[in-house]
Write a protein that binds this ligand. Structure first.
Ligand SMILES: CCC[C@H](O)CC(=O)SCCNC(=O)CCNC(=O)[C@H](O)C(C)(C)COP(=O)([O-])OP(=O)([O-])OC[C@H]1O[C@@H](n2cnc3c(N)ncnc32)[C@H](O)[C@@H]1OP(=O)([O-])[O-]
Length: 715
């Protein structure tokens, strides 16, 4: 609702009340209309202030109402009524003014913001554009280039930047409503002619075409097939070239296409999925709301390689005290320098001082005796990790949580090295660990709910989106990646090139195809894992392992020292080791030809559809197996992992959402088709849960959990 009160006798105060973010629901919109009407009708009222309760101005349109039948007054006339008012209306912006929230503020005559407020038009991140006149008013207020930046990226700006850009008129460190009331009284009675943004001409640009061409090129490159950023540029162009009323029409037209698009559905699903994963549960019944985390003030990181350094930076930036341990003196010195550099660069960007004092460095593991939680981040080698866990058990005080940063090793095996396996959890960070948003929190069969709750809470404190998953080889992300990469390799055996496979996957929206990604992360990583699993047997007839089809192509490249970017060659060639520009490699093409000839394989023409279906559906099939086994609690968990950790295009929601969009019947049919053609590839055999979902009438994704529950209860 919107509450109307009178203060100081002559100020009408409208307070938006719709927790948690005062979104503009139908009731709130109606409340604003009624309150404005009332204030304008009261002769004693000289001016109005609009604010939001609980220190939040407004989080925009109510996303939960999207896709439902529209009720209540539409936003545009509500904002026009405010702008047309004969009494000054001041927005008192505390906390947030996002999307429709900022558009509401732009409809007001003046804007006062608290210094800690964040403002922005993030509609593009939901597959939309600021269609309550935001795309038309913002360029008129701050000019085309700045408006293009804000609207196409959706980034939030601080109050200080908003003031500099001219979005707000004043910033205060004190009570914002008081400041707004004072300000409103000071301008009461003055002419409002120069305050109605919709009447402003859009600031002229001499190089208008060039600016829009460049903007369009930039968004097309960054968007990887997303349509909303393109529509945002078109809407701003309308503001720059058309009278306001016509610009609004164009904004409406563009929004109509976006609003009902699959991409908007996917992005909005992704928004809610990212929030839903915080409400984790374990098969034991332990849940986020019944398990209390322990506060972590001091943590230790063991092993200061690339991952350990990133984790140390993340912890220190979040204000924790960190003991950073590296037993090799030389490595310790290098790490100290690297970590300090990362902290300094990060602090410079944020305009704060680097938290260098939060970290103490040591080459002695005994210095971690008084910490609340340890994150072991040594080399991905089970024997080494076990040794470290034994040492930690001896030096840590009772009750210390022991976490391991691993991308797939058995958490329970490690836990068995300690007298308190209930305190052990996996924390799978993604490189670079201080930048990537994703954290897989992996619980073993003996991890306590409190250990999981503590790791999840720590993830939140350091700014990660944490997803709780069960213990299995590769956890969720890497386990699903394995059949995807296998298919990519099989396609090479059958006649494709790395360039073609990557092109198809990149056109789908991945930042990098399977082979460019392998080259970046290093082919030796998977080689080590396959060696440990006994799959790499030099000299053994190559293409079957343990009764299943196996491609040794990656192993053969590794045997040649081709580990990817770091060695200057892998699936592609590079100018020099460490270079990032991948070039097709004639050596690799003849290597593939010789390989096929040696194994009696005849190259055939492979089309886009086959590449996409085999790579993606095998990955999706593994996702269904993960759900069936209870390793992930729901499809949202998998989708968040893929969008945040594996560059799955956000506008496609994630692999499980994509399967829902394609249609489960279709996914099942195609898997059956490919499995028939490749009976020695078990990952193409449709899993039981997928069959069950299809048999139960292909329910939409938000109802899969009901079927999953039934499958679990039958186990
Ligand atoms: C014609 C229309 C044109 C118009 O231009 C379109 C728009 O305005 S599009 C909108 C443009 N606006 C945006 O894109 C802003 C989207 N919102 C955000 O970016 C963040 O939520 C915010 C920064 C506000 C708070 O971050 P934080 O402090 O980390 O907190 P949190 O993120 O965990 O959220 C807490 C709870 O609030 C919920 N909720 C949030 N927003 C909305 C909403 N608009 N609606 C409904 N619910 C919303 C959220 O689901 C969660 O619920 P739950 O049940 O507890 O899981």
């Amino acid at each position: 609702m919107a509450q109307y009160t009178r203060i100081s006798g002559s100020v009408g105060l409208i307070t938006l009340k719709n927790p948690p973010v005062n979104a503009l629901s139908a009731v709130v919109r109606q409340g604003i209309v009624d309150s404005v009407e009332r204030a304008l009708g009261e002769p004693e009222v000289k001016c109005l202030v609009i604010c939001g309760q609980s220190g939040k101005f407004c989080g925009g349109a109510d996303i939960r109402e999207f896709g439902k039948k529209m009720t209540g007054p539409p936003l545009i006339p509500v904002f026009h009524a405010i702008e047309a008012a004969a009494k000054p209306v001041v927005a008192a912006i505390e906390g947030i003014a996002l999307g429709g929230g900022l558009e509401l503020a732009l409809g007001c005559h003046y804007r006062i913001a608290h210094s800690k407020a964040k403002l922005g038009l993030p509609e593009v991140t939901l597959g939309l554009l600021p269609a309550a006149a935001g795309s038309q008013r913002l360029p008129r207020l701050i000019g085309v280039p700045a408006a293009l930046d804000l609207i196409t990226t959706g980034r939030h700006v601080t109050a200080a930047e908003a003031l500099q850009l001219g979005i707000v008129d004043q910033v205060t460190d004190h009570n914002t409503v008081d400041a707004a009331v004072k300000f409103a009284l000071s301008v009461a009675g003055q002419s409002l002619d120069a305050r109605r943004i919709s009447t402003f001409p859009c600031p002229r640009l001499s190089n208008l075409d060039a600016v829009f061409e460049a903007a369009m090129q930039k968004v097309r490159q960054a968007a990887r097939g997303a349509i909303a950023p393109v529509a945002c540029v078109q809407a701003v162009r309308a503001a720059a070239t058309l009278p306001y009323a016509q610009g609004l029409e164009r904004e409406k037209e563009l929004m109509a296409t976006l609003f009902t698009s699959g991409q908007a559905r996917a992005l909005q699903y992704s928004f809610f999925a990212q929030r839903a994963v915080g409400r984790w549960s374990m098969p034991s019944g332990a849940r986020w709301d019944t398990s209390k985390p322990k506060p972590i003030r001091k943590a230790a990181v063991i092993g200061l390689g690339t991952m350990g350094r990133g984790i140390t930076v993340g912890l220190a930036q979040a204000g924790l005290s960190v003991v950073a341990v590296e037993t090799q003196e030389k490595q310790l010195m290098e790490a100290k320098q690297a970590v300090s550099g990362m902290l300094e660069r990060g602090a410079k960007k944020r305009g704060v001082s680097p938290p260098l004092g939060n970290i103490s460095y040591s080459s002695n593991i005994k210095t971690v005796g008084d910490v609340d939680l340890v994150i072991e981040a040594v080399f991905e080698d089970m024997a080494l990790k076990k040794e470290v866990f034994q040492q930690l058990s001896a030096v840590c005080r009772p009750g210390t949580f022991l976490c391991t940063n691993t991308s797939g090793l058995d958490i329970d095996d490690l836990a068995s090295q300690t007298p308190n396996p209930e305190l052990v959890v996996g924390m799978h960070f993604f490189a670079p660990a201080h930048v990537m948003k994703l954290l897989e929190v992996v619980y073993g069969p003996r991890s306590s709910p409190q250990a999981v709750a503590t790791a999840m809470q720590l993830g939140k404190v350091i700014g990660k989106v944490s997803v709780a998953v069960g213990n299995c080889q590769g956890f969720v992300g890497n386990r699903m990646l394995s059949p995807y990469l296998s298919q990519a390799n099989f396609l090479l055996e059958e006649g494709a090139t790395p360039e073609f496979v990557d092109q198809v996957l990149e056109e789908f929206g991945f930042a990098m195809g399977a082979f460019r990604m392998s080259d970046l992360s290093g082919l030796d990583v998977g080689w080590r894992v396959r060696k440990a699993a006994g799959l790499v047997v030099p000299g053994k007839p190559a293409r079957m392992r343990q009764g299943c089809r196996y491609s040794p192509l990656g192993d053969l490249l590794c045997e040649q020292g081709r580990f990817g970017q770091k060695t200057g060659s892998g699936w592609y060639q590079y100018d020099k080791p460490g270079s990032r520009v991948a070039k097709p490699d004639p050596w690799l093409h003849s290597f593939l030809e010789e390989y096929r000839a040696r194994h009696g394989l005849v190259a055939r023409r492979i089309d886009h559809q086959e590449v996409l279906e085999r790579c993606l559906y095998s990955l999706i099939n593994e996702g269904f197996r993960i759900l069936e086994e209870g390793i992930a609690a729901g499809p949202e968990d998998i989708d968040v992992i893929y969008v945040l950790g594996y560059s799955w295009p956000r506008h496609r929601g994630g692999p499980m959402f994509y399967a829902d969009m394609v249609g489960l019947t279709r996914v099942l049919e195609r898997l059956e088709f490919y499995h028939q053609a490749h009976p020695d590839v078990p990952s193409l055999q449709p899993c039981n849960l997928l069959r069950k979902l299809v048999a139960s009438g292909t329910p939409p994704i938000h109802r899969w959990r009901e079927v999953i529950k039934k499958v679990h209860s039958q186990l």
